[in-house]
Design a protein. Structure first.
Length: 323
């Protein structure tokens, strides 16, 4: 049977395969060249399909021959066309991998900045067991921290706000610590004063007893009796005076404690409206509805915001209780 003519020489296909055999897609220009090659292959393939339809419509008797030639020609086309497709896919895969790595680096950068901000925000909660000097040192340290756009980038404003909030909280904690330490020192001094007075009284009494015993041992006569009586009278008066002073001091101390208790009760009463407002604010943070997002990056941000809101409302409550 005569070979069916498709008006496409095998040499044309061979030349096309040779033309694009060494193609490697490494940049936009080489990808454009590969796409041009695919277009040539596609044009020939479409011509073959069109001629196939024409020949088959004109003579069904040549159907098998036409199909065979079509498959032969397509078989010749397929390796070169697939080579270009594979080369294009390698390039596209590299571009996709670069984008994935870029996204990972970007998320890592954001997480690093947010972690630094979170560390600053948690500082007040770490000062519970510190004294005022340690709190002041911690405050001075964070005053010296510079919030720069180079380090915090698009989160610079947030970092500045967190720093200001942290410094404000540290200042409040420092003032409370100073008051507490002053009151503690005053109580300690008062106790030491009372203990010293009692020791002096005991020493004085021991001295009196010793002198009395010596006096009684030396004096046996009436004069001794009179002297002893006078001595005992003076001793009693001195003891009464000392007891009176001690009683007055104890009364004064109790009065001071009462005044301090009333002052603290008044302070707590004055603070109560602010405490209630602060706690209400913390409750509002608990009930705050975060926006529903779809992207993974946005979800990570919302998760971090939610965690920080939890930490913030806990911090607000604990600080309010410490007022």
């Amino acid at each position: 049977m005569e070979l069916v003519k498709y008006n496409i020489e095998t040499a044309v296909i061979t030349a096309l395969a040779v033309k694009y055999a060494d193609v490697k897609v490494v940049d936009g220009k080489s990808k454009e060249f590969a796409m041009a090659g695919l277009a040539e292959y596609r044009e020939l393939r479409l011509k073959i399909d069109a001629k196939h339809k024409e020949l088959k419509a004109d003579a069904l008797i040549y159907g098998r021959a036409v199909d065979a030639e079509k498959n032969r020609l397509k078989g010749l086309l397929e390796p070169g066309e697939q080579h270009l497709k594979d080369a294009r896919q390698v390039y596209d895969d590299k571009i996709a991998a670069k984008k994935t790595e870029k996204d990972r680096i970007e998320q890592e950068r954001i997480d690093t900045i947010l972690s630094k901000i979170a560390d600053i925000e948690k500082v007040p909660s770490t000062t519970v067991s510190m004294n005022s000097e340690m709190v002041a040192s911690r405050c001075d340290f964070y005053v010296g921290i510079q919030i720069t756009e180079e380090e915090y980038q698009e989160f610079t404003e947030k970092a500045k706000q967190v720093k200001l909030a942290t410094l404000s909280a540290l200042d409040d904690i420092y003032n409370d610590k100073v008051i507490q330490e002053k009151e503690s020192a005053e109580r300690k001094a008062e106790i030491e004063k009372i203990e010293k007075l009692r020791a002096e009284q005991a020493e004085a009494q021991a001295k009196i007893d010793k002198e009395k015993a010596a006096f009684e041992a030396e004096k046996r006569a009436e004069q001794e009796k009179q002297d002893r009586t006078e001595f005992e009278r003076k001793a009693q008066e001195q003891a009464k005076a000392q007891a009176k002073r001690q009683a007055e001091q104890e009364v004064q101390m109790k009065e001071k404690e009462r005044i301090e208790a009333e002052r603290e009760a008044k302070r707590q009463a004055d603070l109560l409206p602010d405490k209630e407002k602060i706690i209400a604010f913390a409750d509002m943070l608990v009930d705050l509805k975060l926006p529903v997002v779809k992207s993974q990056a946005a979800k990570l941000i919302m998760a971090e915001v939610n965690a920080q809101l939890d930490d913030l409302q806990s911090l607000i409550r604990s600080q309010a209780e410490m007022m």
